[in-house]
Write a protein that binds this ligand. Structure first.
Ligand SMILES: Cc1cc2nc3c(=O)[nH]c(=O)nc-3n(C[C@H](O)[C@H](O)[C@H](O)COP(=O)(O)OP(=O)(O)OC[C@H]3O[C@@H](n4cnc5c(N)ncnc54)[C@H](O)[C@@H]3O)c2cc1C
Length: 131
């Protein structure tokens, strides 16, 4: 849920950055903005791969509690970071309800609380090392 919602916000923001102009050019042409997309895409891919590989292990009969917890923690934090950057790239419009990234930001924030908070995920991972 987390990374797929964030991916949608990413896609919407790519479209926006290809249309929005500032200082006579599309904002996506600014290196600073392009690098934000590169960083977001890398984080999303990492979150997705961790989730997929853990799901695969579960499918093989491995009860991978530590990795499932890591995947939940990581994907939800990354998703919030991505949604935050998407709003930043939208500028003032990103803060308004007319643009879907605002909704994505609010909705994604839940995932760091619901179904186990970040702090509880860290607790589960930490305890898995015998502490
Ligand atoms: C929109 C929404 C939908 C929800 N849907 C469901 C649902 O469908 N089913 C369901 O069962 N629940 C649902 N919840 C509840 C959700 O699972 C809880 O909000 C969540 O588990 C946190 O519990 P709490 O709100 O009581 O916070 P608290 O337990 O009061 O925690 C407050 C803070 O203290 C931290 N904390 C608590 N204990 C520890 C600890 N031992 N170590 C370190 N830090 C700690 C927490 O991480 C958090 O930061 C939903 C919540 C929301 C907001």
């Amino acid at each position: 849920m987390a990374y797929s919602q964030a991916e949608r916000a990413f896609e919407l923001t790519v479209e926006y950055a290809k249309q929005r102009e500032a200082f006579g050019q599309k904002i996506g042409n600014f290196q600073a903005i392009r690098h934000k997309f590169a960083a977001m895409a890398t984080k999303l891919e990492a979150a997705k791969q961790l989730t997929y590989s853990t799901a695969w292990r579960f499918q093989q009969g491995d009860y991978a509690v530590r990795e499932a917890t890591m995947a939940k923690l990581f994907a939800t934090q990354i998703a919030c970071e991505v949604a935050d950057e998407c709003i930043q790239i939208h500028g003032g419009y990103g803060y308004t309800r007319e643009f879907k990234v605002e909704r994505a930001y609010r909705d994604l924030r839940l995932h760091r609380i619901g179904a186990g908070t970040d702090e509880i995920m860290l607790e589960v991972i930490g305890r898995s090392y015998g502490f």
